[in-house]
Design a protein around this ligand. Structure first.
Ligand SMILES: [Zn+2]
Length: 132
């Protein structure tokens, strides 16, 4: 299955992190939502995000390799890559964007947002898995 996914990331403490070419980014102890897509194996991609032992390739890898961060839930749905940015815009309206994060190859301002909650997500996405 290929498609779009949204990772709910719990950042456990305030911190400043180096995010590859993006440089230093300030994070708050809060929930964040990251939007991505893959045209290959969606489940495999999500599992990759949940592992700690990997090389940093995407911006999100730098955030998730930190020990004070973890993916607590992952939402996904089948869809084309263009839909990834539609979902990102929806979340942008509800959260605070981290400028330039995860959006190097599209026109979005960001694909990572600080959110207060994610009760609105099941409506946007068709499935999810809880990691708790
Ligand atoms: Zn985008």
């Amino acid at each position: 299955m290929k498609g779009i996914y949204v990772l709910i990331v719990q950042v456990g403490t305030d911190m400043v992190l180096g995010i590859g070419a993006l440089g230093e980014v300030k994070f708050r102890k809060s929930l964040y939502a990251y939007v991505g897509s893959t045209q290959k194996n969606l489940q495999k991609r999500i599992e990759r995000h949940m592992r700690d032992d990997k090389k940093c390739f995407w911006h999100i890898d730098y955030l998730l390799q930190e020990e004070n961060t973890k993916v607590i839930e992952a939402f996904f749905k089948e869809g084309k890559k263009a839909e990834e940015c539609v979902i990102a815009k929806e979340i942008d309206e509800k959260g605070d964007r981290i400028e330039g994060f995860g959006s190097s190859d599209c026109k979005c301002k960001s694909h990572l947002f600080r959110i207060r909650g994610y009760g609105f997500l099941p409506e946007l996405m068709s499935s999810w898995m809880n990691r708790a």
